[in-house]
Design a protein around this ligand. Structure first.
Ligand code: GLP
Length: 265
């Protein structure tokens, strides 16, 4: 089931996402959190850090797994995704470095690195996986055409994805790696709950296609229709191209009384 909440703006989306992540992090025994890079979760991370920095907080007991990692950036490069997540959230809330898990792109045998990471993620059992959505409908770095049962693997990035991500590399596409290790769609679907965040007009077409379309390999995010517990948080701009009469049967809308229904408000 996909529960869709449309909020007025990106700040409200960040606060709502932080509420959900905080609740999971506070579960007794410590949570296993799947975190994502990209701009979409930025506000949520800032809000979580604002609420929890410098205090005894439930995140200190959490284990974190990230979705993906570039291949070819040297250790210490600021755009390595492990470094990005460490700066954005795990270090500020006090999660020890040895509990931040990422695929290892430095091993000579990348296939072995993928298999090892996939096994670790699956054995840990991710409670909540945060996701953004690429402009072409990718999740993590699963580009269009990736089978829905794919496990962690090395992927070639599309030119569009590299162009989109060049903003983190001084705008120069040639500096963006051509390959990455990514959790597969099958690995992502193994998480207990999924939380997808999309904000801004640039995501509106991909979001609408996701909610309108039956699961289809050309749109990796459409695999989420088969998961039982998905929350989608959108701002009004990202929700702008949705036609409520065309959404898939798995979609539920949040209503004014905080319930979910087949009818949009
Ligand atoms: C990147 C990441 C994805 C992310 C997506 C959208 O390529 N690998 O995990 O969801 O792009 O990024 P953004 O949130 O910056 O738009």
């Amino acid at each position: 089931m996909i529960h869709v909440r449309v909020l007025p703006d990106a700040d409200a989306v960040g606060v709502a996402a932080a509420d959900i992540i905080d609740a999971v992090a506070s579960r007794p025994g410590g949570a296993v959190l799947g975190l994502a890079t990209g701009s979409s979760p930025d506000r949520a991370y800032r809000e979580i850090v604002r609420r929890n920095a410098g205090t005894a907080n439930p995140y200190r007991r959490a284990r974190v797994f990230i979705l993906d990692e570039y291949v070819g950036l040297p250790p210490g490069h600021p755009e390595r995704y492990a470094a990005v997540i460490s700066r954005a959230i795990t270090t500020p809330v006090g999660i020890p470095a040895d509990r931040l898990n990422a695929p290892n792109p430095d091993l000579p045998d990348l296939e072995a690195a993928c298999a090892d990471y996939d096994r670790t993620v699956s054995e840990a059992g991710v409670d909540l996986q945060l996701l953004g959505i690429g402009g072409n409908g990718h999740i993590a770095f699963n580009e269009p055409g990736t089978p829905f049962d794919a496990r962690t693997h090395v992927t070639e990035l599309t030119e569009r994805t590299r162009r989109d991500n060049s903003r983190f590399f001084s705008g120069e596409i040639d500096r963006v790696p051509t390959r990455a290790i990514t959790q597969g769609i099958g690995t992502v679907l193994g998480a207990g709950e999924l939380l997808l965040i999309a904000t801004g007009r640039a995501k509106a077409d991909a979001v609408a296609e996701f909610l309108h379309t039956e699961p289809s390999l050309h749109l990796p995010v459409s695999a989420l229709h088969a998961h039982e517990a998905v929350t989608v948080l959108l701002d009004e701009a990202a929700a702008g191209a949705i036609d409520p009469s065309r959404v898939q049967p798995s979609v539920r809308w949040q209503t004014a009384d905080d319930r979910f229904s087949r009818e949009s408000a």
